[in-house]
Design a protein around this ligand. Structure first.
Ligand code: TGC
Ligand code: FAD
Length: 415
C-alpha cells in the first residue's frame, strides 16, 4: 500500500477549466509620459523608439512568456536584434555600430526591457560589455575581426569579471594570465557570465604575474574553455547565464586588449551597461504599471471597476510618480552622457534608484492584479523575478550606495 501522507502531490495540470477573464493585452500598451518628455526628444529619437516599441510588441511580446516558462532564450530574436540596430547602437558606424546618441540608446533599451530584462541583458552585454571594450581598448585588427560580426549577430560575446569567490570586489579576482613567449596562459573560473554558453568570444579579465588586471579576447572553441549553463534560476529565465571555466587556455598576445590596464578597464565597460540598465528597468516598470492600469479599469469587484477604489488609485499614482522621476533622471543622464559630462557616480545613483523603483512598481502592480498576478497571464511576476537579478548585477544596490556615499563624503567605505 502506498503511504498517502508521503505520496508526491502533483503540481502540474490534471484538467482544464475555462480561461479566467483577460484584463490585459500588450497591444493596449499606452506608454507612460506624464511630463511630456516626448516634447524634448528629437524626431529621430522618437521615431527609433517607436520602431523598437513596435518590433518588441509584435515579435517578442507574444513569445516571451512561453520561453521564460521553459527557461529558454528566444534565439530567434538574435538576428532581429541586429536588424533593428540594437547591438552596439551608440558605437560609431565605422565598425558596425549604430552611431546613435546615448539618449537614443537608452530609449532602445527601455523598449527592449519593457518585454523582458533578459532580452535587454543580451543587448547590453553585446554592446556595452563586449563591443565597447574592443572598441575602446582593442587593436585595429581586433576591431575589424569582431565589431562588425558582433553588431550583425554573426558572433555572440560574453563578459567574464565575476568569479565564484569574487563579485562586488573584482579587484580580488583569482583568474590568472601567465605570459609564455608570444602567448598568454589563462586559468581560472568565471561565474555568472551572461550569454557564455552561446558565445563565440569571451572578454576575460585576469591578473598577470605582477597583479595587473588585463583584458583578453578568448574564443570559446579554444582548448581548455568550457561554458556550462547555470540553469537553476528563478530569474532571467529567458536568458543564458553561464560559467566560464579556463583550464590553461592559450591565447596569442594579439588577443590581449592592449589599452586596458587595471580595474578601470572592466569598470569603464560597466558604466556603459549600467547606463543602459537605468533605462531598461524603467521600461520594465512601465510594462508592470500598464498591466496594473489596464486591470484596474477592466476588473470589477463590489459592482465597480477596482480602479474606482482609492487604495488602488494610490498604488497606480505611486507608480506613475516614481516612473516619471526615473524617466527624468534617465533623460538628464542621457544628455550628460551625450555632452561627455556624465560621471560614473551619477550612473550609480540612477542605477540604484531605478532598479529599486522598478522592483517596487512590480511588487505593487502584482498586488493590483490579485491572484492571477502570480500567473503567466500577466508579465508582472516575470519582471519582478528578473529585476531581482538586475538590482544585483552590474553592482549591487549596496555597492552603488557606497559609491555615491564615497562621492558625497569623501570617505571610502570599501576599505
Ligand atoms: P577604485 O579604487 O574605486 O577604482 C579602481 C580603478 O578603477 C577606476 N574606476 C572606474 N573607472 C571607470 N568607471 C568606473 N565606474 C570606475 N570606478 C572606479 C578608478 O578610477 C581606479 O582607476 P586607477 O586608474 O586610479 O586605478 O576601486 P575599488 O576596488 O574601490 O572598487 C570600487 C567598486 C567596489 C565600486 C567596484 O569594484 C565595483 O563597481 N564593484 C561592483 C562589481 C560589478 O559591478 N560587477 C559587475 C560584473 S558584470 C555584470 O554584472 C554583467 S550583468 C550583464 C547583463 O546585463 O546581463
Ligand atoms: P557578493 O559580492 O558576494 O555580495 C553579497 C551581498 O553582500 C550583496 O547584498 C552585496 O550588496 C553585499 N555586500 C558586498 N560587499 C558589501 C559592502 N562592502 N558593503 C555592504 N554590502 C556589501 N558578472 C559578470 O562578470 N558577467 C556577467 O555577464 C554577469 N551576468 C550576470 C547575470 C545574472 C543573472 C546575475 C545574477 C549576475 C551576473 N553577473 C555577471 C554577476 C554580478 O555582477 C554579481 O552577482 C554581482 O556583482 C554581485 O556579486 P556576488 O553575487 O558575488 O555578491
Amino acid at each position: 500500500m502506498p503511504d498517502a501522507a508521503n505520496a508526491p502531490v502533483r503540481t502540474s495540470s490534471n484538467g482544464t477549466a475555462p480561461a479566467p477573464p483577460q484584463t490585459w493585452s500588450p497591444d493596449a500598451f499606452e506608454g507612460l509620459d506624464y511630463y511630456d518628455l516626448d516634447d524634448v526628444l528629437s524626431d529621430e529619437a522618437r521615431s527609433v523608439r517607436d520602431e523598437v516599441r513596435d518590433f518588441i510588441t509584435r515579435e517578442a511580446m507574444p513569445e516571451i512568456e512561453a520561453y521564460a516558462q521553459r527557461s529558454e532564450f528566444p534565439t530567434f530574436l538574435i538576428p532581429k536584434f541586429a536588424e533593428m540596430g540594437l547591438l552596439g547602437p551608440n558605437l560609431p558606424e565605422e565598425f558596425g555600430g549604430g552611431g546613435h546618441s546615448n539618449l537614443v540608446y537608452g530609449l532602445m533599451m527601455q523598449e527592449v526591457e519593457r518585454c523582458d530584462s533578459g532580452l535587454r541583458s543580451f543587448c547590453s552585454v553585446t554592446g556595452s560589455l563586449v563591443m565597447y571594450p574592443i572598441w575602446r581598448y582593442g587593436t585595429q585588427a581586433q576591431k575589424e575581426r569582431w565589431l562588425p560580426a558582433l553588431a550583425s549577430a554573426e558572433a555572440i560575446g560574453c563578459f567574464g569579471l565575476t568569479e565564484p569567490h569574487v563579485g562586488s570586489n573584482p579587484s580580488e579576482m583569482r583568474t590568472r594570465a601567465r605570459r609564455d613567449g608570444d602567448e598568454w596562459v589563462l586559468s581560472g573560473h568565471k561565474r555568472w557570465s551572461t550569454n557564455a554558453t552561446i558565445a563565440d568570444v569571451a572578454v576575460i579579465w585576469a591578473k598577470d604575474e605582477e597583479g595587473t588586471i588585463r583584458g583578453f579576447l578568448v574564443e570559446t572553441d579554444r582548448d581548455g574553455v568550457s561554458t556550462p549553463t547555470i540553469d537553476d534560476t528563478w530569474s532571467l529565465r529567458a536568458a543564458v547565464t553561464s560559467e566560464v571555466v579556463l583550464d590553461d587556455v592559450r591565447v596569442p598576445e594579439a588577443n590581449r586588449l592592449p589599452d586596458a590596464e587595471g580595474l578601470g578597464g572592466p569598470l569603464s565597460c560597466l558604466n556603459q551597461a549600467r547606463y543602459g540598465i537605468c533605462w531598461g528597468v524603467t521600461g520594465a516598470a512601465m510594462a508592470c504599471y500598464d498591466a496594473a492600469r489596464q486591470h484596474a479599469v477592466n476588473r470589477e469587484q463590489f459592482g465597480r471597476p477596482i480602479g474606482k477604489f482609492q487604495l488602488v488609485q494610490e498604488r497606480l499614482v505611486e507608480m506613475v510618480q516614481e516612473i516619471t522621476k526615473a524617466q527624468l533622471l534617465n533623460w538628464r543622464l542621457g544628455t550628460m552622457k551625450d555632452d561627455g559630462t556624465m560621471r560614473p557616480q551619477q550612473v550609480s545613483l540612477a542605477k540604484r534608484n531605478n532598479c529599486e523603483m522598478a522592483l517596487e512598481v512590480a511588487r505593487s502592480a502584482r498586488q493590483v492584479l490579485g491572484g492571477n498576478g502570480v500567473t503567466s497571464m500577466y508579465p508582472v511576476m516575470r519582471h519582478m523575478n528578473n529585476l531581482e537579478s538586475v538590482i544585483t548585477y552590474e553592482g549591487t544596490h549596496e555597492v552603488h550606495t557606497l559609491v555615491v556615499g564615497r562621492d558625497v563624503t569623501g570617505e571610502n567605505a570599501f576599505t
